[in-house]
Design a protein around this ligand. Structure first.
Ligand code: ATP
Ligand code: ZN
Length: 398
């Protein structure tokens, strides 16, 4: 059978500097639904798009002009952010160099329910539980209060914190059928999925969207604290939860998921309280990672803002050192993967959600967030499947 895929390539309107190659590439996934893969050459002078179907000249021109819009918006006038490195243990010796994906699929450790949605088997689950025990110990060391948050998050809260403007591309929405008897009857009789898994149900049958699938854990805490003074002037909390970020054609392995889980330790209070605790958390985690010999570094980073907001927000984040990522080494592709982050939001949530300190000023917030699937994936990418080569502390306890 001949494949219907089609590739095109062309030069970007502006040469893409090395520090923006990854960012431009990941945003190109959102240009058109037919794009299966987007590749920016490492030196930033060529863009290649792969389509799932044949496209004509007119479509090609239109898509090319949208791509140039993305390039222009991200590249024009951009400056190289100064990367600040707080810890560098990338050169720790490692016993493994393969991509764990194939082996995980072969062992039935992963079953792909949909693009970016996986069921995890016993090995991954045990590894995640081990890391979870360490993250919970970190939370306990701050006497963090445990919370449980829902998977749904109200649209009106997300609006209040500007999420629609900053991250529209990765939102996931939840709805239900209109509560009307004939509508529900019709659905029950006719609903079916096509070969691609699309439900054949017209949008009119569904209620307006009032809720989204939550993209992060800490937001729920800020919403719970909204519109009142902060109890005792400070709160330290921890929770684990399902998070959703739709990453389009970037969803290709356990590295980038639509549905993943995050453990967070969250600090709410005066500026010094939040910043000091973020720093103490980093130092405590440094010991945990040393104990297992993880190869990683902690460096300044930015959130994946959408194109219109990107330049402004990134400049802001890097100027005020708001985000540091724990980037674990992936030896099989000679790159790194963010397995966690140390975040400081200044008084952003305090202002937007009206959470006040005893002196009446808006509170500051920060969080330490770990991606559970990613930390297990990075561990297997570094240590492989032969448990004899695993660090003693993990081998002994799982
Ligand atoms: P902030 O509160 O500052 O917005 P956050 O709490 O949302 O930060 P992020 O840094 O955005 O935290 O994400 C935390 C971790 O979650 C990442 O370091 C990564 O390990 C994991 N993560 C994020 N997106 C994905 C994804 N699409 N698939 C798998 N894991 C992810
Ligand atoms: Zn957070």
């Amino acid at each position: 059978m001949t494949s219907l895929t089609q590739k095109i390539h062309f030069a970007p309107a502006f040469p893409i500097p090395d520090y923006l190659v990854g960012e431009v590439q990941s945003k190109l996934a959102y240009v058109d639904e037919n794009i299966r893969a987007a590749q920016v050459s490492p030196n930033g002078d060529d863009i290649q798009l792969t389509f799932g179907n044949a496209i004509d000249e007119e479509e090609k021109k239109l898509i090319e002009s949208k791509v140039q819009r993305v390039v222009t918006s991200l590249v024009k006038g951009a400056f190289k952010p100064k990367v600040q490195i707080l810890e560098d243990y990338l050169d720790r010796p490692l016993p493994y160099r393969e991509d764990p994906m194939a082996e995980l699929l072969r062992r039935g450790e992963l079953s792909e329910e949909a693009s970016g949605v996986y069921a995890l088997g016993p090995l991954l689950t045990r590894l995640i539980n081990w890391f979870e025990s360490r993250f919970v110990a970190l939370a306990d060391s701050f006497s963090a209060q445990p919370y449980r948050f829902p998977t749904l998050i109200p649209a009106r809260y997300m609006e209040r914190v500007g999420y629609f403007r900053a991250f529209p591309h990765s939102l996931s929405f939840a709805t239900h059928l209109h509560s009307e008897l004939d509508n529900i009857d019709q659905f029950a009789q006719h609903a079916a999925c096509d070969e691609q898994g699309n439900l054949n149900v017209p949008m009119e049958r569904f209620a307006q969207f009032k809720a989204l699938l939550s993209p992060a854990v800490c937001y729920h805490l800020y919403f719970a604290l909204a519109d009142k003074p902060l109890p005792n002037g400070r709160v330290t909390a921890t929770a684990v939860g399902n998070c959703f970020r739709y990453e389009s054609s970037n969803l290709t392995s356990l590295e980038r998921l639509w549905n993943f889980t995050m453990r967070e330790v969250i600090f709410v209070g005066p500026k010094e309280f939040v910043l000091e605790n973020r720093e103490i958390a980093r130092q405590r985690m440094q010991k945990v990672f040393a104990e297992i010999g993880l190869a990683y570094r902690v460096e300044s980073a930015n959130d994946p803002f959408f194109i219109g907001e990107f330049r402004k927000q990134v400049a802001f984040q890097s100027a005020f050192q708001l985000k540091y990522e724990i980037r674990a080494r992936l030896p099989f592709k000679d790159s790194t993967l963010a397995v966690g982050s140390y975040n400081y939001h200044q008084d952003f949530f305090g202002r937007h959600l009206n959470i006040t300190l005893p002196d009446g000023s808006p509170t500051h917030t920060g969080c330490v967030a770990f991606g559970l699937e990613r930390i297990a994936f990075a561990f297997l990418a570094q240590f492989g499947f032969d448990t004899a080569k695993w660090p003693k502390v993990i081998k002994e306890s799982i």
